[in-house]
Design a protein around this ligand. Structure first.
Ligand SMILES: [Zn+2]
Length: 328
């Protein structure tokens, strides 16, 4: 029997490597330092969806980040799933829906203003739309899920002009009514909620308001895209079901924020939920349905490409993202 010791093998490999690798030029190349464009396409029946990444937010985790769980427990959980503690890296993923007849954008990311204030960590929708070959002027409708800044700020550019100059802006009617009501603004329970009212007024310029068309729950917003009531995160928070033939995807917006925290722990109350008890009830109902129906879910705050399925894990659900596919 040949004595093939580890040392002999290593020595043999070294000889082989030297023998087969004869460089003819310097291998030096500058490092890129840049990430690849963030867009991903898939089909739902005849409909083509393009997930267009808007970057991430990096928020410090303070006490109160999860209202009903101490910061130390949130940090211990993050470390247990191999994520950085003390920081919440929340992804942003708007989508383009091409029905074959209409081009719709669902939610707009943080916009040019976000790009500048975050130094390019978010507000990347326009860059990634360009990389995906989508002209903002070709978008027929912008569909908004709710009025938090990471969903509506991209409706306008930094100079307050329309980012999607030819688009109608379709808004959940109860969400629009709530955030545009001065009486509700005067009753705002916290400074954060008051700031959301003020931001909604900043984004809803006269030019934007001319293009706003409110839509109702339980009906098609455009053919193939139905609005579903998922209140709690905000009073008029809305999800959408995109269907074509026997295929569908549940576009959940913020039923959970990032699933690695709030799908796995559906009882955790995120600080941005306006009504955390209603948000938890919605979350448990929607996730039980998604699990039972084995339904594809697209999540605005899911890690890119932000689309996958759910399995049960502990008291909650664990997301399994789709595999990268080189074809559509
Ligand atoms: Zn959000």
């Amino acid at each position: 029997m040949t004595d093939l010791s580890r040392r002999a093998v290593m020595a043999g490999m070294g000889v082989a490597a030297v023998a087969s690798f004869a460089p003819t030029a310097s291998a030096f190349a500058p490092q890129s330092g840049k990430q690849a464009p963030g867009f991903y396409r898939y089909k739902v029946g005849d409909i083509e969806i393009t997930v267009v990444n808007d970057g991430v937010s990096r928020m410090p985790i303070d006490d109160g980040f999860v209202r009903n769980v101490p910061k130390a427990q949130v940090n211990a959980y993050l470390e247990s799933i191999f994520m950085e503690k003390d920081i919440y890296a929340g992804p942003y993923n708007p989508i383009i829906i091409n029905t074959g007849k209409q081009l719709a954008l669902v939610d707009t990311g943080t916009g040019e203003i976000g790009f500048r204030s975050s130094e390019g960590i978010n507000g990347r929708l326009m860059l990634n739309l360009a990389a995906a070959g989508v002209d903002p002027a070709a978008i027929d409708v912008v569909i908004l899920s709710h009025y938090h800044g990471d969903h509506i700020n991209g409706v306008i550019k930094a100079d307050n002009t329309l980012a999607f100059p030819n688009a109608e802006i379709l808004v959940p009617e109860s969400e629009h009514r709530f955030w545009m009501d001065d009486g509700e603004m005067n009753r705002a329970a916290t400074p954060r909620i008051e700031a959301t009212f003020k931001n909604a007024r900043r984004v809803m310029t006269p030019d934007v308001l001319k293009r706003v068309r409110p839509y109702a729950w339980g009906k098609d917003v455009i053919p193939g895209v139905m609005a579903v009531a998922t209140p709690g995160h905000t009073p008029g928070h809305t999800s959408h079901i995109v269907s074509s033939g026997s295929k569908s995807v549940y576009v959940q917006a913020d039923v959970t924020h990032a699933p690695f925290l709030f799908a796995r722990n559906p009882g955790w109350h995120f600080m941005l939920d306006v009504d955390p008890v209603a948000a938890e009830a919605t979350r448990r109902k929607v996730y039980e349905m998604l699990y039972a129906e084995r339904m594809l879910v697209q999540g605005f705050h899911y890690p890119f490409p932000a689309v996958g399925h759910l399995e049960k894990a502990g008291d909650g659900y664990r997301e399994t993202l789709v595999q990268w596919s080189p074809t559509i």
